[in-house]
Each structure stands twice: as structure tokens, then as C-alpha cells.
Design a protein around this ligand. Structure first.
Ligand SMILES: [Zn+2]
Length: 366
């Protein structure tokens, strides 16, 4: 329990410190994920909604009521505050909570199974998976609460098709839990789903617009690739930067004509809900690129990865990272033989909401 103003101030600082640490070790990306710290039986401090970790200051941390979710001040708390409140209510030993969209645990949470049984070193690890509900909804908080009740000893759960919730009696414990979960889930993907893929962006041919002219990072970019960049800039006036991602997971998905349905919330929000790999069957040459569409921010090229678009480098890189994670999930589900896909309606709702609320692309997209 934090009783003095000094203690509350140092908790605000600790939240910022932990958010930077999680960002540095790659468990937090952009504005996704949130962190909270219990103040007492009735309230907790939480990161605000839609602000990048590098821009956070202690004054932006919001104090929220555990019972009715009311909050102090003019800054909007994280949209996942109901999930944190449910955890503090259900688990009296929870003093610090981290919610992340970390790669391997999120991917394991798309397989449609109720718990991940894995290991780390010689320790058995069981990770419960809470049923899917749209982010920010009461239903999601209810699903999380139900799972915590069913697994009273757990210190971390996966929220299906979304991310994780890890907690402990201290910040250290919560972060340790998130790290442990990531390793255990990677082990699960390798052993059970035969999917051993490093997460990241492997850059092929990038470009950006400068005074209306296309500038290629690599001067001798092949004509075939230049043609694709030109098509994208012509059809998508909101795009100013293209990152060509040729990571192992993206390449794997790009090798087969596919209609890739989203498995993860952040994919549906940032990339789109109908992402296609062009076909070379039935007389098509795989080069027609009917898949360059408004609000679809990754354009697959048959057997050649995908072009990830944005208004600037930061936007396009975020798309490339989220696409890679989505492709790892997709590959794991294919190899596992089952998975839980998001419905078109859910994806549509999230995509629309995200474009309206957060995305810089939305400022200029038509
Ligand atoms: Zn989230």
C-alpha cells in the first residue's frame, strides 16, 4: 500500500522506468501494452491511452478507481484499465501488472487452446489462456477475471489473439513473469508447432517519397521491384514510406497464394482485415497487385515478402514488425493444424476504431 505522496510519486517513476525497460528488451512496442501499480485496496496507477513510451512523463500516469474505473485528472487512462482492475480485485497479492503484446506468447494465444503447457530450463510452466473478446470491452475483463479465478496460483495469463497479463508482488516479479512466459511460449511454438522463427524485419528494397519523387535506399533496385513501389505510391496517396520485409515468417507466408485472415488484434488494427498474397494461377502472373488497397498496409508479393507502408519510416516499420508477428502466428496455426481466427466483423470494428483514434496514417488516408 502506498500511503504518502512521495511513495505515489516514486510509483509513477517506477512505471515509466519499467515501460522503458520492457521497450528495450522488445516486450513492448509503440503504444501497445500498458503497465499499472496498486496504490491501495481502492485504486491503482496506470499508463495513459495512446502515448508512446518514449514520450511518457510521471504526470501522465493516471490514478484509477478499482471498483468503478473512475479516474482523476484530464488524461485518459489506458483503454485496458478494466482488465487491470479485474486482476487487482481477483488477486490481492497483485501489486504490479504488465500487459504486453509480446511476440511468442501472443502467437501461442492464437492456437485456440485453453492453456499452454510448456517449460523453461527444467521447470514446467502452465499458462492459462483467457477467451477472446474485443480489446477495451467489459467482456474481456470478465474473461480475464474468470481465468484468474480458475487458476488461483498463476502469475501470468495470455489474452487470446491479443497479448499477455503478468503480475507480481513487485515490478521485478511482473517483468520476470513476462520474460519467463515468452521463453516458455517460444519453446512451445518450436516443439509443438514446429515453428522456430526469429522475430524482426529483414529489409529488402525500401523507398520513400521526397518532394514527390521516389528515393530508393538501394540505388540499383531492380526494375521489377521499382514497378511495385510506383504502383503503391500511385494508388495510395497517403503513403510516404515503404519497408520491404523479407523476414523468414513473411517470406514463408508470401510463398503461397493466400487470403490471410488476422489472428491478432494489432494486426487487424494496423495492417487490415483482408490481406492477400497474389496468385500466379489461372493465367495470372503474380504481378497484378490487386491487393494494393485503401486501409491495407501490407502488400504481399508472391514469394518475395511484403511491402509495408506508412506515412513515415516509424509507421512503416511498425507495420513491418506487426506483420512479422502475424506471419509467425499464421505459420504456427497452419503447422499446429488449428487456431482461432478473428471474425471479419471484429476486425472491421477494430480497424475502424484504430484508424480514427491512433493511426497517423488516418490523418491523410482517403
Ligand atoms: Zn493490448
Amino acid at each position: 500500500m502506498l500511503s504518502s505522496a512521495e511513495e505515489i510519486q516514486s510509483a509513477r517513476n517506477l512505471i515509466i522506468e519499467v515501460s522503458r525497460e520492457l521497450h528495450d528488451i522488445g516486450l513492448l512496442v509503440r503504444t501497445w501494452g500498458n503497465i499499472s501499480c496498486r496504490v491501495d485496496e481502492d485504486s491503482f496507477l496506470i499508463t495513459p491511452s495512446g502515448i508512446k513510451y518514449e514520450d511518457l512523463t510521471p504526470e501522465m500516469i493516471v490514478q484509477v478507481n478499482i471498483h468503478d474505473l473512475s479516474y482523476e485528472g484530464g488524461i485518459l487512462p489506458s483503454s485496458e484499465k478494466a482488465v487491470h482492475a479485474a486482476c487487482y480485485r481477483q488477486r490481492k497479492d497483485a501489486e504490479f501488472i504488465v500487459h504486453t503484446h509480446q511476440v511468442y506468447a501472443s502467437c501461442a494465444g492464437t492456437l485456440g487452446i485453453k492453456k499452454i503447457v510448456s517449460y523453461i530450463d527444467d521447470e514446467d510452466v502452465v499458462i492459462p489462456v483467457a477467451a477472446y473478446a474485443l480489446p477495451g470491452t467489459d467482456k474481456l475483463a470478465t474473461n480475464v477475471e474468470r481465468t484468474l479465478k480458475k487458476f488461483p496460483d498463476t502469475k501470468g495469463i495470455i489474452m487470446a489473439n491479443h497479448g499477455t497479463l503478468c503480475f507480481g508482488s513487485s515490478a521485478r516479479e511482473a517483468v520476470y513473469e513476462a520474460e519467463k512466459m515468452e521463453t516458455a511460449c517460444n519453446n512451445f511454438l518450436i516443439d509443438v508447432c514446429k515453428t522456430d522463427m526469429r522475430h524482426g524485419v529483414e529489409v529488402g528494397f525500401n523507398s520513400h517519397l521526397e518532394n514527390g519523387k521516389i528515393v530508393y535506399d538501394i540505388p540499383d533496385t531492380p526494375e521489377r521491384v521499382k514497378h511495385i513501389h510506383e504502383l503503391i505510391y500511385r494508388r495510395r496517396k497517403d503513403v510516404k514510406y515503404i519497408v520491404h520485409n523479407k523476414s523468414e515468417a513473411v517470406m514463408t507466408v508470401s510463398r503461397r497464394a493466400n487470403h490471410m485472415r488476422p489472428l491478432l488484434d494489432d494486426f487487424a488494427q494496423l495492417i487490415g482485415y483482408s490481406v492477400k498474397v497474389p496468385s500466379n494461377e489461372h493465367g495470372k502472373d503474380g504481378l497484378s497487385f490487386h491487393n494494393i488497397k485503401k486501409h491495407v498496409n501490407a502488400i504481399f508479393s508472391l514469394s518475395d515478402g511484403a511491402y509495408c507502408v506508412g506515412r513515415d519510416e516509424d509507421d512503416a516499420m511498425a507495420v513491418a514488425m506487426v506483420l512479422d508477428k502475424g506471419c509467425i502466428a499464421y505459420t504456427a496455426v497452419m503447422r499446429h493444424g488449428e487456431g482461432h481466427y478473428l471474425s471479419v466483423w471484429e476486425c472491421y470494428k477494430m480497424n475502424r476504431h484504430y484508424r480514427k483514434s491512433y493511426s497517423k496514417l488516418a490523418d491523410t488516408a482517403k
